[in-house]
Design a protein around this ligand. Structure first.
Ligand code: HMG
Ligand code: MG
Length: 299
């Protein structure tokens, strides 16, 4: 059991949250969002994604956004990169941490990055080599850890194999993604326990989408198992454009509210986070998906 009381939130709203938005958001609004998030006490804010702009047009402005954000002291701003081309674009604007991503399901990987699991990892090898030489930290994502929209069930052994491979390659942290939010607490706990037998718990994070309303329950089960890094998105935005049926990430406001209610520390100012979530929902012309923000901002 992990006795630590501190949970690090990895805010993925500016990347995962926005990548699935159909209406193009101006770069200046994205910069404003990240600057607002930087003032909440968050330590890690995934800022954008240097993937192919043909695949994710919403984040075609990654370089412009990354260059313009105010880099707050003590805050890390990782960015997603699928290959060396993405890494070079990210480095050109001064990224100090990148995230590579693959999946435990072959079918999903083909749809999302047009590659098999092994081929995607082969693409990461030169990224890892360059990152090591450049002193750039690399995070790794494993998607579809509790189910795949195309293949259905995903064997836990496949999740363990891919997570271990990313860790062995040099990813300092491996985030386990329930991309389509189908997981339930006992399954989430069993999956995390199996991965933690091969990768140290301190190097693991959990990433739940809330499609079926299970995300907070799953996070609680994983906290009990010992994880202390949780991905979430302000206002509950998010979803992968290549995962059929995937909706938003668990809302950061709701995660922080739950953690503080349990006596755990995040360093995040919940009121500022709620203000930021309400502001983002207005920018997107949508109702917030955060229950906490809804409760606090109700007229
Ligand atoms: P491809 O078409 O197989 O790649 O795409 P390619 O190498 O053949 O290149 C095709 C074109 O893309 C070329 O341009 C390249 O230059 C360009 P053209 O010659 O046709 O003009 N290209 C790039 N341009 C800019 N930046 C780059 C880049 N790479 C190639 N980095 C590729 C393969 C991986 C590039 C593509 O499939 C892709 O970008 N996919 C991204 C999909 C994506 O972003 N999905 C969402 C993120 S994953 C997620 O959300 C899950 C997560 O949240 C965890 C969870 O919830 O489980 C992380
Ligand atoms: Mg995601």
């Amino acid at each position: 059991m992990n006795a630590s009381n501190h949970v690090r939130i990895v805010e993925v709203g500016p990347r995962d949250g926005l990548q699935n938005e159909k209406a193009m958001l101006p770069a200046a609004v994205k910069v404003d969002l990240i600057d607002r998030l930087s003032a909440t006490g968050l330590q890690t804010i995934e800022a954008t994604s240097f993937v192919s702009p043909k695949w994710v047009p919403q984040l075609a402005d990654a370089a412009e956004v990354f260059a313009a954000i105010r880099k707050a002291p003590g805050v890390v701003y990782p960015v997603l990169v699928p290959n060396l081309q993405g890494y070079e674009r990210a480095l050109a604007v001064g990224a100090t941490e990148v995230a590579v991503f693959t999946a435990a399901s072959e079918a999903f990987n083909q749809k999302n990055i047009n590659a098999s699991i092994d081929a995607s990892i082969d693409r990461f090898v030169p990224v890892m080599e360059r990152a090591r030489a450049d002193g750039v930290a690399v995070r790794g994502y494993v998607s579809t850890v509790l189910g795949c929209p195309y293949q259905g069930e995903v064997p836990v052994a496949d999740v363990v194999r891919v997570a271990k491979r990313l860790h062995d390659l040099g990813c300092h942290e491996v985030s386990l993604g329930d991309t389509i939010g189908v997981g339930t607490p006992a399954k989430a706990r069993a999956m995390l326990r199996a991965v933690a037998a091969e990768v140290p718990m301190a190097a693991l994070a959990v990433h739940f989408h809330d499609t079926y309303g299970q995300a907070l329950a799953n996070i609680l089960a994983c906290l009990e198992e010992g994880v202390r890094v949780v991905d979430s998105a302000v206002s509950g935005t998010g979803g992968c454009p290549y995962a059929r049926g995937a909706t938003g990430n668990v809302a950061s406001e709701d995660v922080v509210y739950m953690l503080h209610g349990m006596g755990m520390a995040t360093g995040v100012d919940l009121d500022r986070l709620i203000d930021t979530g309400a502001w983002l929902a207005a920018q997107l012309g949508k109702d917030t998906a955060s229950r906490v923000t809804r409760a606090r901002t109700a007229a």
